[in-house]
Design a protein around this ligand. Structure first.
Ligand code: FE2
Length: 266
């Protein structure tokens, strides 16, 4: 039916548990809670999320599992994310439609329908804030290292087409940072140059100038070390192709990375 809203969100591991969030990251958490209110006011039938921490090498994976249930201890940061349970419904039918559409477009898309698959923290952390009641069906997507930004954009276009042609109301979430040249020190901001690039990219999104955002992305992704090489952003731009504008809610740091919380509505 329609993509009711797009979301670009952070998933920095230090916000996994709300009672441990540092002051400098609280505005991002507050913004995610605002986004959650909007999501619940929309009451979507499904939330599709791409996570920069589900890194696949060759294939675009679609998690069509009907019940996503597990306990996450993040292998990158078990000191921050350990023994975190989650239990969300899935949408096998729509997930399969996404797989089919991707294959028809000639893309190497593979269905993952496996209750033993454990989610990554780029999926779990934002959903703890965006869908805290665990009551909206989720479809999880990977970012693919062998896929160029253009291929990832094309995959995003196919996803957007399926969601628009479905009779379901959907929200699409892109989980990942902007600049991402990580350094030790959680409180450290990106460099001034990286912040300037993040700001310019964000301004294009706010102005609905997705063409410029897409044109900027390849060089920006290299210079600022954008998370997942910018693939989560390419996918978001492909999915939201059309008349969407960004609404800026927060920008914050984590170990030298720049993280934004934004929504997109037509
Ligand atoms: Fe990350």
């Amino acid at each position: 039916m329609t993509i009711e809203m797009g979301v670009l969100t952070t998933h920095v591991p230090r916000i996994c548990h709300e009672d441990h969030v540092a002051d400098f990251q609280k505005p991002m958490v507050q913004a995610m809670k605002e986004v959650s209110k909007t999501i619940y006011s929309i009451q979507p039938d499904v939330l599709v999320i791409v996570s920069c921490h589900w890194n696949s090498t060759f294939h675009h994976f679609v998690d069509t599992t009907q019940r996503h249930k597990g306990i996450l201890t993040a292998f990158e940061c078990p000191e921050l994310i350990s023994d975190v349970p989650y239990n969300y419904p899935g949408d096998e039918q729509l997930g399969k439609q996404l797989v089919e559409a991707g294959k028809k477009a000639g893309l190497p898309v593979i269905e993952v329908n496996d209750p033993t698959y454990v989610w990554d923290y780029g999926t779990v952390v934002p959903l703890r804030y965006l869908v805290p009641n665990e009551d909206i069906p989720i479809i999880d997507l990977s970012v693919v290292w062998a896929a160029s930004l253009d291929e990832t954009y094309t995959w995003g276009q196919q996803i957007g087409k399926v969601l628009r042609e479905s009779d379901k109301h959907a929200v699409f979430v892109s989980s990942g940072a902007l600049s991402h040249n990580l350094v030790r020190g959680p409180e450290l901001m990106p460099t001034l140059s990286e912040q300037a690039l993040d700001k310019q990219f964000t301004e294009y999104l706010i102005n609905g100038d997705f063409t410029s955002a897409r044109n900027m992305l390849p060089q920006y992704a290299r210079a600022a070390g954008v998370e997942s090489g910018g693939r989560h952003l390419a996918m978001l731009l492909g999915v939201l192709e059309g008349d969407y504008r960004g609404n800026f809610l927060a920008y914050g740091q984590s170990s030298g990375s720049g993280n934004v919380v934004m929504t997109f509505q037509a």
